[in-house]
Design a protein around this ligand. Structure first.
Ligand code: CNA
Length: 280
C-alpha cells in the first residue's frame, strides 16, 4: 500500500523515482550500506542464505553452532575451523561485482558521502571506492594482530599461514598468542571509525542499502537513523529491517547486480557503469 503522498519526497515508490531524484541533482550526500549479498555473485557465500550461505555449509567443521566459527571465545580454544574458512574466503581470489562498481561510480560523481560495509572481503576498495569513504564496520582481512598482546602480524606471513592451513601465532617472545585478522568477531566491539561516523546517515539525502539481512546490531540500526523525509532504497532478495514503513522507502526485491543495473538504466548511467566495472 502507498502511504499518504502529501508527505513524500519522491514522486512514487519506484526505482525510476529514485533515479529522477538523483538526476534532479538533489542528493549530494548518498550513504550506502552493504552486506554479504553484494559479494555473492563474486563467488563469496553470504552467511544466512538458506542453502548457499556459509552457516548452511559448516557441518564439516563440526561446530557446536554455526556462529561459533566467528566467535572470539570459541576461537581462543579452537581456532582451526576459522582458518579452514579463512583459506576459502581470503581476499585476492575474488573480483568486485557491478554493484561494487556502482558505489565507486557514485563517488566519481561526487555523490558518495560514505559507504558502510559489513563485508570483510575488501572488494569495495578493489572496485575503486577510496579508503576514506569506506567504513568497514566489521573490520577486514587487510590487517591482523595477536589477540593477546595486539602486536600486528606481517601480511606476507599471514598469507603463508592461511595458504598452508596453519594457525599463525604471535612472534613476540613469551607471548605466542593466536593471530586473527582484524575482522570483528561476535563478542568483540566494532571499530572506532564506525562510532565516529554513525551520525552520517542522519545527514544523508539518500540511503541505499544492498545485500544485507540487517540482522547484526549495531549496523542494523543505521538505515533507521536517516531523517524521515530522506528516501531509502533497498535492493535485496528479501525485505529487511523496517523497510517499507516510510513514505519514501523503495524496496526492490531483486539480485543486487540486476537491481543496480535497473537503477543505472533509469539514470542513463549504464554504459559508464559497465565500462567502469570491466576495467576493475
Ligand atoms: P547475511 O546475514 O548472510 O545476509 C545476506 C542478505 O543478502 C540476505 O538478506 C540475502 O537474502 C541477501 N542476498 C544474498 N545474495 C544476494 C544477491 N545476490 N542479491 C541480493 N540480495 C542477496 O549477511 P549480512 O552481511 O547481512 O550479515 C552480516 C555479516 C555477514 C557481517 O558480519 C559480514 O562480515 C558477514 N559476511 C561477509 C562476507 C563478505 O565479506 N563477503 C561474506 C559472508 C559473511
Amino acid at each position: 500500500t502507498d502511504p499518504d503522498t502529501s508527505t513524500r519526497t519522491l514522486s512514487s515508490r519506484s526505482v525510476e523515482a529514485i533515479a529522477e531524484y538523483i538526476k534532479d541533482g538533489r542528493p549530494k550526500n548518498i550513504v550506502v550500506m552493504t552486506g554479504a549479498g553484494i559479494s555473492t555473485s563474486a563467488g563469496i557465500p553470504d552467511f544466512r542464505s538458506k542453502d548457499t550461505g556459509l552457516y548452511a555449509n559448516l557441518a564439516r567443521l563440526d561446530l557446536p553452532y554455526p556462529e561459533a566459527v566467528f566467535d572470539i571465545s570459541y576461537f581462543r580454544g579452537k581456532p582451526e575451523p576459522f582458518y579452514v574458512l579463512a583459506k576459502e574466503l581470503y581476499p585476492g581470489k575474488f573480483f568486485p561485482t557491478v554493484a561494487h562498481s556502482f558505489v565507486s561510480l557514485l563517488d566519481e560523481k561526487f555523490m558518495l558521502m560514505k559507504l558502510f560495509t559489513q563485508n570483510i572481503d575488501c572488494l569495495e576498495r578493489r572496485a575503486g571506492v577510496p579508503d576514506d569513504k569506506i567504513i568497514e564496520a566489521h573490520g577486514s582481512f587487510a590487517t591482523q594482530r595477536c589477540i593477546e598482546c595486539k602486536t600486528e602480524f606481517p601480511g606476507d606471513k599471514m598469507l603463508e599461514a592461511v595458504e598452508s592451513g596453519e594457525v599463525p601465532h604471535c612472534f613476540v617472545p613469551q607471548c605466542n598468542g593466536l593471530v586473527k585478522p582484524d575482522i570483528v568477531f561476535f563478542g568483540e566491539g566494532l571499530p572506532d571509525s564506525f562510532f565516529q561516523h554513525k551520525h552520517l546517515p542522519s545527514m544523508a539525502d539518500l540511503i541505499i542499502v544492498m545485500g544485507t539481512s540487517l540482522s547484526v546490531a549495531p549496523f542494523s540500526v543505521l538505515p533507521q537513523l536517516a531523517a524521515e523525509d530522506t528516501p531509502r532504497l533497498l535492493i535485496n532478495k528479501e525485505c529487511v529491517g523496517d523497510f517499507g514503513s516510510r513514505p519514501d522507502d523503495v524496496v526492490l526485491l531483486d539480485d543486487c547486480d540486476s537491481g543496480i543495473r535497473k537503477l543505472a538504466d533509469a539514470l542513463g548511467w549504464r554504459d559508464e557503469l559497465e565500462s567502469m566495472w570491466s576495467e576493475v
